[in-house]
Design a protein around this ligand. Structure first.
Ligand code: BTN
Length: 236
């Protein structure tokens, strides 16, 4: 099992992903606060001190028996790992929204930002405690504290998510891709869901068929099945 034993804690950083990008495979960066936390698609990630988990892990999917497929499935594997780890630490079952957002009902609990250079930095944020979210987020996000009715231990959530990340990373390296895809299917429950997204030719809608071998979302729209590789998905 890949051990993430080089864990570096910081009281505050700009973004844990930037610190991790300078470190070797297996390194982990954890911060209590981020002053320039990044989300996907140019969003900022609200990262106040004391209430969230902000973590980045350095992976090298290029070492896999099938580097191309492992690289394309890295963020899917990371999403499954976080869902596994949160359930192990707290008993809460979270739902994955393609590709790898963590949801409870219609509220976002956490997210993943993977950034590739020589290695792949997988950064994840999980809302642990109730915080004073900015007004534009207030109705759309949740925290483990809100969902559980108690504040869980941030250390437990960190330990279990890292253990699960290590197990799923081993799946990637060994080419156990079906285990990852089946894990995603079980936690996304996506087949048949009505969804909307912005395609190159405007707003599209359809019903989810499945996830593809490379992590693309397969959606039936009209008579055709479309492969969504990168887009912000809306559940209808
Ligand atoms: C998203 O859903 O938009 C992705 C959010 C990813 C946030 C995490 S927090 C740790 C790491 N450092 C960052 O700057 N972003 C990721």
């Amino acid at each position: 099992m890949t051990a993430f034993s080089d864990i570096r804690f910081f009281p505050a950083v700009g973004s844990t992903n930037d610190v991790a990008a300078t470190l070797p495979e297996g390194a982990v960066v954890v911060a209590d606060e981020q002053t320039a936390g990044r989300g996907r698609r140019g969003h900022t990630w609200f990262s106040p001190p004391g209430s969230g988990l902000y973590v980045s892990v350095v992976l090298a999917p290029s070492r896999s028996v099938d580097p191309r497929r492992a690289t394309s499935l890295t963020t899917i594997a990371a999403g499954v790992a976080l869902a596994d780890g949160i359930e192990a630490a707290t008993g809460l079952r979270v739902r994955l929204k393609w590709p790898n957002d963590l949801y409870v009902a219609r509220r976002k609990l956490g997210g993943i930002l993977a950034e590739a250079s020589e290695s792949v930095v997988v950064g994840y944020g999980i809302n642990i405690g109730e915080a004073s979210y900015p007004p534009e987020l207030r109705d759309r996000v949740t925290s483990l504290e809100s969902e559980l009715g108690r504040l869980p231990s941030r250390d437990d959530v960190l330990a279990e998510t890292l253990a699960a990340m290590s197990a799923r990373y081993d799946d990637l390296l060994a080419g156990r891709f079906d285990a990852i895809l089946n894990g995603w299917r079980a936690r996304a429950n996506a087949a048949g869901l009505a969804v909307e997204w912005d395609g190159p030719n405007g707003r599209r809608s359809g019903r989810v068929v499945d996830i593809g071998d490379d992590g693309a979302l397969l959606v039936k729209s009209g008579c055709a099945v479309e492969r969504i590789v990168a887009a912000e998905l809306t559940w209808l």
